[in-house]
Design a protein around this ligand. Structure first.
Ligand code: F0G
Length: 465
């Protein structure tokens, strides 16, 4: 019997291609050194397969490109906005819809409107920008992820909210100090794992009991809905669209970075059931983004998104999408790399701490692996470990190094962009790295800014003693 892992079949064929140059190993070496071992500093044209993010990197369909030609660029009341509004209302079940150019603006507008300094914002897990926007308005962001190792964690739904912990927090701090509770679907920061409908219902029930609005951070809502269909009892015969509708009906509002499950390259929105809140947010939207019917987007972007929202709910697409993530995970595991399991909806996470035990955390094993992947085959990934979330560790603060909880490397998968062969190529090269992993070197920071250091810091390799 052939026990080769089965590659998921792509439910599309390729109509338009974009050549990707492949540098030789010597040139890659030159480029990574010139970038001071920081992959954010590489030019994209020096990357062969770019898995830095799944955000804004999607490939659009022929229908989306055709819709772009239909874009109505009128300043106010454009036909394209009406189409966008109708599609969003149908799926997200909210009557008041404000377009925005990306997710973090939606967050900023919401928090600027409802948050008072000192108030708390619970979330199953905040994404960086939601956390930063809460802090920016003087709020306190708090995460309540379910303990994935506890037997209470449902097998697949490790993105869930920890309801008992949230309830005791609300009782302790008082509902009047909590202007909103947020559910992030899927939960990006815990590996793109989903939240179950049961957990969404329980969170909504808690919110109603304490009269706190429930908002969704819905960047990957279609992937979450598909996981519910596939793994939650009672949803087998529901369509993914029905599941999405049921989920959003339980909330009071939605913010979305549509650069993910909008299947487009830019866009977002904020939607609510509350007319008064919509009115207040709209005033700010007009001030900072654009008029209420375009919110920083062109009419053609609104068209691409309306079509993208229809396409992203297609079940053959979602089946392929989720299977492709699992496929890359299996290939990497077979190549000898430990991955975080189960795999989620948009990325595979490699456990670099486990893979490279000879590199101490203060020498950034995740970054060492990300650098090795680029050197080996031109792949760009991102370290999600002590470089991104730790503190200290440069020459001046070597003694106050604070590590992150885990040393991971994320391979985020753009939608409909790379074929199974690209992922097989990566896994074959990852196997080479596994064979010589003892030779990988740790890194030290040469210079770093105060905030978000991973974007711009310079590093250097530490020569073996
Ligand atoms: N919410 C979630 C769950 C996200 O993953 C992101 C972005 C945002 C909000 C912010 O949206 O970029 O449109 O302003 N995540 C990207 C990533 C950047 O790589 O995971 P944005």
């Amino acid at each position: 019997m052939n026990n080769k892992i089965q590659a998921p079949v792509e439910p599309f064929r390729i109509k338009s291609i974009e050549p990707i140059p492949q540098l030789d190993a010597a040139t890659r070496e030159e480029k990574i050194r010139a970038a001071h071992f920081n992959l954010f500093k590489l030019d994209a044209e020096h990357v062969f397969i770019d898995l830095l993010t799944d955000s804004g990197t999607n490939a659009m369909s022929a229908r989306q490109w055709a819709a772009i030609m239909e874009g109505d660029e009128s300043y106010a009341g454009a036909r394209s906005f009406r189409r966008f509004e109708k599609t969003v209302e149908d799926i997200f079940r909210m009557p008041y819809i404000l377009p925005a150019h990306q997710g973090r603006v939606a967050e900023n507008i919401l928090f600027s409107t409802i948050l008072k300094p000192g108030q708390f914002v619970p979330n199953n897990t905040h994404f960086d920008t939601t956390r930063a926007n809460t802090l920016h308005k003087g709020g306190v962001p708090l995460d309540f992820p379910v303990d994935a190792s506890s037997p209470a964690a449902e097998t697949f739904f490790r993105g869930n909210m920890d309801i008992p912990a949230l309830e005791s927090f609300v009782k302790d701090k008082g509902a009047e100090n909590i202007p909103v509770i947020i559910l992030t679907v899927t939960n990006n920061s815990v590996g793109g794992l989903p939240v179950s409908m049961k957990n969404i219902r329980e969170t909504a029930e808690l919110c109603r009991r304490f009269e706190i609005p429930l908002f969704f951070d819905s960047a990957r809502f279609a992937e979450n809905s598909y996981f519910i269909k596939k793994y939650e009892q009672g949803f087998e015969s529901h369509s993914v669209k029905q599941i999405a509708q049921e989920m959003f009906e339980l909330g009071d509002g939605v913010m979305m970075s549509a650069k993910k499950d909008g299947l487009a390259n830019i866009g977002g929105f904020i939607a609510t059931k509350d007319l008064e809140l919509a009115r207040r947010m709209r005033e700010l939207l007009i001030l900072v983004e654009g008029y209420a019917t375009y919110g920083g987007l062109a009419g053609r972007d609104l068209e691409a998104l309306a079509t993208g929202f229809e396409e992203v709910l297609a079940e053959d697409y979602l089946e392929y999408r989720i299977s492709q993530v699992a496929y890359l995970g299996s290939l990497l595991e077979a190549a000898g790399l430990p991955i975080v399991k189960p795999t989620g909806g948009h990325a595979v996470f490699i456990d670099a701490g486990e893979f490279l035990p000879h590199i101490p955390t203060e020498q950034f094993p995740g970054q060492a692996l990300a650098v090795a992947l680029y050197r080996e085959c031109g792949v760009r990934s991102v370290e999600i470990g002590s470089l991104m979330f730790g503190e200290g560790g440069d020459e001046e603060s070597v003694d106050n190094f604070v590590p992150a909880p885990r040393e991971l490397v994320r391979l985020a998968m753009p939608r409909r962009v790379y074929t199974n062969t690209h992922y097989e190529y990566i896994a074959a090269h990852a196997a080479n790295i596994a064979k010589k992993k003892e030779s990988l070197k740790g890194l030290k920071i040469l210079s770093q800014p105060k905030l978000l250091r991973h974007f711009i810091c310079d590093l250097e390799e530490i020569s073996q003693q």
